[in-house]
Design a protein around this ligand. Structure first.
Ligand code: G1P
Length: 288
């Protein structure tokens, strides 16, 4: 079995749910406390053994690549001012991973974004990471999925049970149980209304996929809005090659949503050394 070494991270989305903050700043650079969301998910990938990330980008997203490049001026200034810990941390971020950017020139959907990375991935398994989904877990969810992939030899999607009235926000699966947390997927539906949902198990933005997904995406017709849905390609993959859902362990935040973003910031800050205790004391003084 070939090792999973590469990750595709679609970052072309406009972040319209977060305007005006995202007018000039890529939404992926909005911080969780003081770490950009994109760095949080790339650290998760690197911890799972990923060596190269393919960022599928769009107009106005150049600052994301800058974040993972050296900033000689800044590093030099920190050096001259004796701020060694900060300089070492910046260097660590620049050296963290090999990053490749591929431009998605039209907003044709998540399936199309993944297809844009086809040449950069080649003939090997890879992960797809959606940076709107931040998952606090140890081991990280990418590592959890890769170990399921290695166990069963089929693609694996992260899944989570959601309330029935939220199914229309997610891809939803149904399948047959294989172990306590793993399902063999029979059906996948993109954003079904509760009445049409095959279950309450939603797909969350982490996928380990074999390279066969590309042929399935090529064969996928755009939906009514003109987008190629990853879910439609995954349905074909499930039918031809088999596909698993894995109910991951960890705490999920949808940071494309304002409340989810605030919850993530608050909970990560409460866990942060040198910040959490003071924040907790401050929150207690608020008459909530
Ligand atoms: C995408 C996928 C959906 C998945 C979701 C996870 O939707 O299309 O199947 O459940 O990510 O976050 P989006 O949130 O980009 O609309």
């Amino acid at each position: 079995m070939r090792p999973v070494r590469k990750a595709v991270i679609p970052v072309a989305g406009l972040g319209t749910r977060f305007l005006p903050a995202t007018k000039a700043v890529p939404k992926e650079l909005l911080p969780i406390v003081d770490v950009p969301a994109i760095q949080v998910v790339i650290e998760e990938a690197v911890a799972a053994g990923i060596e190269e990330v393919i960022l599928v980008t769009g107009r106005g997203k150049g600052a994301i690549m800058d974040h993972f490049d050296h900033s000689y001026e800044l590093e030099d200034t920190l050096k001259r001012r004796g701020k060694h810990a900060e300089r070492i941390e910046l260097e660590r971020i620049s050296d963290m991973v090999r990053a490749v950017a591929i431009r998605q020139k039209a907003a044709l959907g998540l399936g199309h974004a993944v297809l844009c990375a086809r040449a950069a991935i080649g003939d090997e398994p890879f992960v797809v990471i959606l940076p709107d989904d931040i998952i606090d877990a140890d081991p990280g969810v990418t590592a959890q999925l890769i170990s399921q992939y290695e166990r069963y030899g089929a693609g694996v999607l992260a899944t989570m049970e959601v309330p029935l009235d939220k199914t229309s926000m997610y891809g939803v699966i149904s399948g047959a149980p294989m172990s306590e947390r793993a399902w063999r997927i029979n059906t996948l539906v993109e954003k079904p209304e509760p009445d049409d949902a095959p279950s309450c198990f939603a797909v969350i933005g982490r996928y380990v996929l074999p390279p066969e997904i590309f042929a399935h995406l090529e064969a996928t017709e755009p939906d009514d809005s003109g987008e190629i849905q990853l879910t439609d390609g995954l349905r074909r993959l499930a039918a031809d090659d088999g596909l698993l859902g894995y109910e991951f362990e960890g705490r999920h935040y949808d940071i494309a949503d304002r409340l989810g973003f605030l919850k993530a910031n608050l909970e990560y800050a409460l866990k942060r050394e040198g910040l959490g205790t003071e924040l907790r004391d401050y929150l207690r003084t608020l008459s909530l």
